[in-house]
Design a protein around this ligand. Sequence first.
Ligand SMILES: [Zn+2]
Length: 402
Amino acid sequence: MKKQNRIVLDSPKVKDGNKLYCQFNCSGKVSKYFKEDTFYMKVNANIESVPKSILAIPALSNICPVAWLAGADIYVEEIDGEFLKALNTIKKSFQVLYPKHSFKGDIKYKRIKRNKRYGKKKSGLFFSGGVDSITAYIRKQNHKPYLLTVRGADIPLSEKEGWRKVRDNNKQFAKENGLYPLFIESNFRSFLNESNLNKDYSKNGLKGWWGGIQHGLGTVGLSAPLAFIKGMNRIYFASSPGIISVDNYLNFTPEPEGSHPSIENNLKWGVTKVTLESMDLSRLDKIGVIAKYIKKKNPNLQLRVCWESKKGSNCGKCEKCTRTMASLLSEGVNPSNHGFRMNKNLLQSMKKNKKLFTRLNENKESQWIMIQYKLRKNLPDKDSKYYNFCQWILKTNFRHKS
Ligand SMILES: [Zn+2]
C-alpha cells in the first residue's frame, strides 16, 4: 500500500529555557524534501512560558510551503487561530504568484488557540546590517524596535567566524542606538533538502526555494516566540528591492519572489502583525537615506551587503559590493569608512570581468546608469583612492541591450 503523503508534528519542546525543538514525522512523497526530522531554534531569551501554539509557528512557517507544493497534509495538536487564517491566505498568495504550480495540502489540527494577552506595543525589526534593514531601521527608529538577527540564513550554521562578526556588529549597532538585540539561530534552512526542492520546483516562474518561497514567511515566522515574550505586536521585515519594490512593479516586469507584500503583509499570529517595510524605495533611494543618516547621525555606520562572502563581511569585489560602493561615492560618502575597502586589484578584476557588470538585469542596469549620472556631479578628488574606480565606472557602458 502506498504510504500516505503527510507530515505529523509533535508538540514543540523547550530545553534549557532558550532552545526550541519541533520533531516531526514525514511519510510519502514529502519525505524527500527534508534532511532532518527536527526543527531547531535557539534564542537569547527565555521562552519557557510561551504557549505551544506559538512555539509551533517557526517550524510551521518553514514546513507548510513544502507540504503545500508536495500536496501533503500537516497534522498538529494546537494552532494559533490568527496564524491559521494567515497560512490559508498566504497559501492562496503563493498560488497567485506561481500559477503554474499547485499549492495543496491542508492543516489538520485538534485545537485552535487564541493568544491575546501579550502585546505591549513593542515592535521588532529583522536586521542583517544591510542596506534594506538599515533603511528600515532609520525610518522606524522612533519605535525603538528590537533588532532580530538570524543565524542559518545567508550565513550557514557552520560558519562560526562570519556569524561572530555579524553578531558583534549588530550588538554594537544596538548599543549605539539604545536598542536590544535578539539573536535567532536555527536549522530552518539546513533541515530542508533544498537541492531536492529546487530540482522539483525551481521552474515555471519559481526561481529557487530560498528566494522564491522560504525567505519571507520562513524567516519572519521564526520571531513568533520572541514576539510573545517581548510583547511585540508589530514585526517589520525590510523589503528587498530588485527582489520586489514599487519601482520594480512600475518599471519592470515583476518577478515573483518569496518576499512579497502578499506574503509578509498577510502574516500574523496572536496580536502580532507583520509589515514589509520600505516598499516605496528603490535601492538607490535607500542608499540616499543611509548617506544622509551617516552624515547627520552615525558617521561610523557599517554596512553588510554581500552574499558572495559567507564570512560576514563584504567581499569588496562582486557586482553588488561595487555597486554599493559606487552608489555611496555618488552620495559623497567614503565607502572605506562603512565596511568596504579599496583593494588595488579591484579595478583590474573589474576590467577583466567586465561582463559581470554589463550583463545585468534591467533593474541593476538602471541603477548603474543612475549612479553614473550622480557620480558625475560628485566625483572624488584626484588623490582619492577611489578616483580611478570612478573614472572606470563613468566610461563603462552598462546598457548591454541597445
Ligand atoms: Zn561582495
